[in-house]
Design a protein around this ligand. Structure first.
Ligand SMILES: C[n+]1cn([C@@H]2O[C@H](COP(=O)(O)OP(=O)(O)OP(=O)(O)O)[C@@H](O)[C@H]2O)c2nc(N)[nH]c(=O)c21
Length: 194
């Protein structure tokens, strides 16, 4: 039985729901960090850095804990995209994604608050969007309201109607938290999920 408190360094209700699947007790702490990219920072480096910074931002408040941080972006036409926040932006993101193959980059960090030892990794996920009309996109955004989701969709619900193909190691990664990789990191820390 694990005695260390597990902290999810996230305010995302989707990440909280994903972590609940593992059945481990945890507390959620929303980290306050600057999520902007550095000049010319590749998306893979950005999400790994932010996953680590989110975990580190919760370290002082939770001594003795194991902290999980994660961050996700996608890249369309060379632009790094995060959450749309407005319907207009969500429609714009999906119009740009129509007919394209888009890579989602998800960074994951497991930080031991006492030792400061961190495991950080990147989990890519590939989304092939079908050709979408503006009317379809508008109806989708109005019905699903994916305004707090990177890439402007919820793949676990109506968003599935936007795609040709999904490719990746773990479907949880696209929703926001790579659970297979997280289980590996937890085992490395001596925490067994099963
Ligand atoms: C593609 N996609 C992305 N997201 C969410 O988009 C957000 C990515 O944005 P983020 O990585 O910056 O995290 P956020 O600021 O929400 O939370 P933080 O951990 O406190 O920093 C996360 O909340 C993901 O869960 C998604 N959420 C759902 N439910 N379904 C999806 O398909 C999906």
């Amino acid at each position: 039985m694990n005695k260390q408190t597990i902290v999810l360094a996230s305010g995302s209700k989707y990440r909280q729901a994903l972590l609940q699947k593992l059945g481990l007790p945890f507390v959620a702490h929303s980290p306050d960090i600057d999520e902007s990219a550095k000049e010319n920072e590749p998306p893979a480096d950005l999400v790994k850095r932010l996953s680590l910074e989110k975990a580190q931002a919760c370290r002082d408040a939770h001594p003795g804990s194991i902290i999980i941080g994660s961050d996700q972006v996608c890249v369309i036409d060379g632009k790094i995209l995060g959450k749309p926040h407005t319907e207009a932006k969500a429609i714009e993101q999906l119009m740009a994604a129509s007919g394209k193959h888009v890579t989602f980059y998800t960074g994951l960090t497991l930080l031991n608050a006492d030792s400061g030892k961190a495991q950080t990794d990147l989990e890519p996920f590939h989304v092939h969007f079908r050709e979408l009309s503006k009317e379809e996109i508008t109806r989708y955004v109005q019905r699903e309201q994916p305004l707090d989701c990177a890439g402007s969709f919820k793949c676990e619900s109506l968003g599935i109607a936007l795609f040709d193909k999904l490719e990746g190691r773990d479907p949880n990664t696209l929703v926001g938290l790579p659970l297979i990789r997280l289980c590996e990191m937890l085992r490395q820390e001596g925490i067994e999920v099963l």
